[in-house]
Design a protein. Structure first.
Length: 374
């Protein structure tokens, strides 16, 4: 399988790196994430209007007409930054949910153009898209639906105009299936509880306390006969893994440069065999993690069965990228622990994404079940 970049993808990488070199200052990371909305609105507008972060969506709606492989490449470059942005949930997860649920072209066009901001609220049990759970339930009522429950760890929720809630639906004692419901952020009964996290992505627990939702706010009918949510989560997991690869690759580049410059015993520490072995192992981790992501993304783009590829990629990236950032800290020694240096940002980015959309253990269980049966 050829995992090399196309000419278009190479140009995309060059374009994003040029933009970030001009517009993004990593030394301002702490300041940016501490100030609402938690990312640079001007830079984000450039990424959106330039079609970079929306490259994986239909051209008819204003997207770039690319595939998941293209989205993964963009996510890796933002992970290298590391650029605070709502891409993973606000664009990829939300956009794919809108595509799968209807498709809902009005909201998709608003998302792709940046005119309206969305976040997706998943039930805790739906981290793999297969166990839908009951932590978010919409019950049929006289006006439409009565929504109750909690969505935990929703990034940049406070900045959204509209919440896309993945909820189990029921009518009386009858379960109807999983549906996507649009709820304005200011709706009565909706409250946000800020949750500080290592990644600085301004996460919230979103509480729905008997929220009344009109019938026309349901995007598509409730469905139990089609794994639409699993398909959406698979894409989001691949893009999340790509983001981790970008952070790990940047940490490795930083450590390699440091090893070439840091003098010890009259010579650069990069000449020591022990350092060379550590950096070589880290390079293997970065390359295999990137290949796992591109393989899974390519499988999705080709319409193949992707359960093992996606779960395996996320599990491998979670382990491999953590090893890389740990190695970078070891190589950089005292420099690696200073908060005014960028290394800790890549470490925090990787660590914060490891449990997103499923733990390493759950991914491995998913692969084992696919290969050997439940």
């Amino acid at each position: 399988m050829d995992l090399s970049f196309t000419t278009r993808q190479t140009d995309l990488i060059r374009d994003i790196r040029s933009l970030l070199a001009e517009r993004f200052d990593p030394t301002r990371w702490e300041e940016v994430v501490a100030t609402a909305p938690g990312y640079d609105r001007g830079l984000w507008a450039d990424l959106m209007t330039g079609g970079r972060v929306t490259i994986g969506f239909p051209e008819a709606l204003g997207g770039g007409g690319g595939g998941v492989s293209d989205l993964a490449i963009v996510a890796e470059e933002l992970g290298r930054g590391p650029v605070p942005s709502p891409m993973l949930n606000g664009v990829v997860l939300s956009g794919r949910a809108l595509l799968a649920a209807c498709p809902e072209e009005v909201r998709l066009a608003q998302l792709v153009s940046g005119r309206r901001r969305f976040v997706t609220c998943l039930p805790a049990e739906a981290s793999d898209g297969r166990g839908h759970g009951r932590s978010l339930v919409a019950s049929r009522s006289a006006r439409g639906w009565l929504l109750a429950g909690v969505a935990r760890f929703v990034p940049y929720a406070a900045d959204a105009d509209e919440l896309l809630v993945v909820a189990a639906t029921e009518s009386g004692e009858h379960r109807l299936g999983t549906a996507l419901i649009a709820v304005d952020i200011g709706t009565s009964g909706v409250s946000l509880q800020a949750v500080p996290t290592l990644g600085g992505d301004r996460q919230c627990h979103v509480v729905f306390d008997s929220v009344v939702v009109d019938r026309d706010r349901m995007i598509g009918p409730p469905r139990s006969d089609h794994p639409w949510l699993a398909d959406v989560v698979d894409v989001a997991r691949v893009v999340t893994a790509a983001h981790m690869v970008g952070a790990a690759a940047a940490a490795l580049d930083h450590a390699t440069s440091w090893a070439a410059e840091r003098i010890q015993f009259g010579t650069p520490i990069g000449t020591f065999q022990a350092i060379q072995h550590r950096l070589a192992d880290a390079l293997v981790d970065v390359v295999t993690a990137r290949d796992a992501v591109l393989d899974a993304a390519g499988s999705i783009d080709r319409g193949e069965e992707v359960t093992t590829a996606v779960a395996g990629a996320k599990a491998h990236c979670s382990d491999a990228c953590r090893r890389v950032t740990a190695t970078a800290h070891q190589v950089c020694g005292g420099e690696g622990i200073h908060a005014d240096q960028p290394l800790h940002l890549w470490h925090r980015r990787v660590a914060s994404l490891v449990p997103v959309l499923g733990t390493i253990r759950s991914h491995r269980q998913e692969v084992a079940a696919a290969l050997f049966g439940p």
